[in-house]
Each structure stands twice: as structure tokens, then as C-alpha cells.
Design a protein around this ligand. Sequence first.
Ligand code: NAP
Length: 470
Amino acid sequence: MTLTGRLGSSSRPVRIAIIGAGPSGFYAAGALLQQKDAHVSIDLFDRLPTPYGLVRYGVAPDHQKIKSVTRIYERTMKDRRVRYFGNVDLGADITHAELKAHYDQIVYAVGAQSDKRLGIPGEDLEGSFSATEFVAWYNGHPDFRHFSFDLSVESVAVIGVGNVAMDVTRILAKSVSELETTDITDYALEALRDSSVKRIHIFARRGPVQAKFTNPEIKELGELEIADVIVNPADLVLDDASQAEMEGDRTARRNLETLQELAERGPTGKPKQIIFHFLRSPTEISGAAGAVNAMTTEKNALKETSSGYIACRGIGAYTEYDVGLVFRSIGYRGIPIPGVPFHESWGVIPNEKGRVTDEHGGAVVPGEYTVGWAKRGPTGVIGTNKPDAVETVKLMMEDVKNADGHGGAGDIVPLLQRKGVPYVSFADWQILEQIENERGALRGQPRVKITDVDEMLRLIQSAKAEPVLP
Ligand code: NAP
């Protein structure tokens, strides 16, 4: 059916596709629904049957309070102007050209699905992983459920001091009793039950003031049941530039206070140790028989650049640490979507405040927008995506005024059906969610995650086939 009338009128709503049903996609949908000047109709797509992106597959299983943000997203889905299409992969199930034909505006909310690399020898040895892989594994992401991590080793290295590094460290350092009431996957809990990991070495290339973790996360490490935190007091002595930086940064001040408390406390005899190493960059991961057995680091010194950034540089003093696993936790990075511009070195979709451009600083691509990590890179907490989405939506509404709309090919459903794409609606997802919640309730867990896409689809089908009792 081809709709007629002014774009944004009740007879011809702006047809919008949002690609990616994580926080940034939902905040974009929420902001669009609040627009008074234009009628909108929104289709929210996700590659996986399950919505919520990093809330489900990134946020740590022991941070359930953060996950409760999905209640807001559920409210968005109650609005009849929004539909959910899970299990639809842009590029594989549906092409960019097909999307363009069916929608007036497209919003890429695809996040940053890959990770940065260190670029050092040995990075690809067995036992060297990205934090992204470990996080996605313990959180039950269908693409990572078959990974295995050899937790029979005693020492592990975590590289980077952001919140993801804190999550990875905490999961490795927690007792089974601390984890079994979370929604960590069964297979991860079993692997961690048998874990021999005793020492988790965390390497920061710069000093404690430059650490990216937030204060609750570092405090939490100091409160673990079976792990001590070891901080060398000498690492907390600041150079003048760091001292000045800290004075203007409340989080850095609090972090330093917490690190000082941890340094004073020292080891208390708990079976596991989390050992911080500041001013150390990994230079080589080495192995025997193809698997990691050590990592070499170089000592760094800090130097303020002309822009005020406090950079680090190696000073030629090397130390080798015996470690059997390495997790690089140095940041996520986006991956390109066929047909959509991509800034290779930044790993984002080039854009101007959310309007996609054909290259950095280039011409605007009409009708295409981006939000979240795909737009600004992998920084900020979940809530950061809300003002970010509002910024993009404001431009989308400005553009509607000058556009005729090209998404005249009508509803996407006939196309998906013709192509045999087994898409999942929001009601279908709620069937799955109920199964997960019921399984969890029996075991005192928030949910028991289903991690296999075929099983998800089977469960939805069989629940829908059951006769409804009067
Ligand atoms: P991040 O906060 O950017 O931290 C990355 C860390 O890696 C930094 O310490 C960085 O050091 C280091 N690094 C980068 N390149 C390196 C290299 N070549 N060698 C050594 N170290 C290197 O990233 P993230 O931890 O992945 O977190 C991503 C975002 O998600 C952040 O905004 C984070 O706050 C958020 N998040 C929040 C929570 C939560 O709220 N609980 C949980 C998880 C994630 P430099 O500073 O020197 O670059």
C-alpha cells in the first residue's frame, strides 16, 4: 500500500527504521514518539531475536539493577506506533537498498560490536582474548556461547582500566555463591566453579588519576568475598600534571581515595588476589605450544602534551609476568554495515551530530542517521545515549520538513515474508522472556537465559502452537 499526503501527516507518517534494539535504539524510538509536529511509524530491528543489546549481553550479570532500565524500553514498545522485528540481519536478511525503499529515514543504532587491538606480538595466541568475547560468553550471547576459556591457569592478565576491565576482573574474582543468584549462564558458572585462577593482574598504561573506571566499580572490587586487592602505594604518588588533573575531576579524586584505602589495607589472606600495575604497557604476549604463558610489559612515564592530555611513553624497563590468559579490555569498536559509510580508523559511522555523512566532514547522506556508540564511539554509560538520541532526532525532524519521503514501497512485512525471514515480534520475545523468568524463579535467579537462536525460535513456535485454554 502506498500512502499519500504530506510526509509526517496522519495519512502519511514518517516511516522510520531503527537498526539495533539496544539502549541507543530504544532512546531514539522514545525521542521520536515524543515529537508533536510529525506523525511517525517506527520499526525497530535487531540481528538477534532478543532485544536490549548490551543491557542483556554487556552489563555484568551481578549488576541487575542496571538491567532494570529495560522497563523503560518496554514502555516504548507499548506504543502502537512501534513494532519490533528481531532476528533480522541487515546485510544478510534484508539489504540496505530494500530498507531505503521501505523507509523515509533509517537510524543506525548498531553499537560497537568488535574490539580494539593492541598490535603487539602474540596477541593471537590461544588464551589471548578480548574482554568483549569473555563478557559476551558469560552473558550468553548466541555468537559466543561456544567459546571456551581455560580457567585451569592460576594467573591472568587484564589490560586496561575501564569499567569493562572491572567487570571482567570481578567475574573472575567472585565466588560461586556470589554469582549463582545472578543471570550468568550455566556454562559460565560451571567453568568458574572449577576455576583455578588465583591472581588477576590489571595493567594500566597510565596512572591512577587517568583510570577510566568509575568509583562504584573500583569500590566494589574492595568488597569481594574471596579476593583481596593489592595496590602498590608507590603507584599512587602523583606527578604535578596528574595532581592538577585530579583536582578538577571528582571521579578521579574519589578513585584515588579508594585506591589509597586499598593500598593501606593490603592483603588480608583471601584466596584470590587482584593486583594493580600502573604505568605499564604490554609489549609482547608469549607462549609455549601456541598458548599464552607470559606477558611482557614496559614501564611508562607520563608527559603532558601541548593540548593538556597526559600521555605515556615507555622508558625501556621491561618486566615479564607469568600468565596463562590475557584479556585485552582496551575499548570496543564498530564494524561496517554493507552499503553504509564507515570511518575505518575510528570504527564509527561518519556523521554530523547524527546525520550520516559519506565520509568524515563529507556530504550528508539524505535520510540516514546514527545514534549511540555507532555515532560517537564506545564511551559513556547507558544514560548517555538518551541526550545523544535526542540530538539526532531533532535533526531528523528538521529534515522531514524538507523531504518528500522515498520510503514509498510500503510495509516491510510482505517483503520479510516473501524472503522467508523468521522474524520475531515483541510479543514473541515476551513469550521467551516469560520462559526465562519462570526457569529463573525456580532456581532463585532473575532469569535463565536461552542462548541458542534455534532453541529460541522453537520455544516461541511451540508456545504459539499451544491451544489457549478457555
Ligand atoms: P574505556 O572506559 O574507554 O577504557 C579503556 C581502557 O583501555 C582505558 O584504561 C585505556 O587507557 C586502555 N587502553 C586503550 N588502549 C590501550 C592500549 N593500547 N594499551 C593499554 N591500554 C589501553 O572502555 P571500556 O572499559 O571498554 O568501557 C566502554 C564504556 O562502557 C565506558 O564508557 C564505560 O564506562 C562503559 N561501561 C560502564 C559500565 C558501568 O557503568 N558499570 C560497565 C561497563 C562499561 P587510556 O585511558 O590510557 O586510553
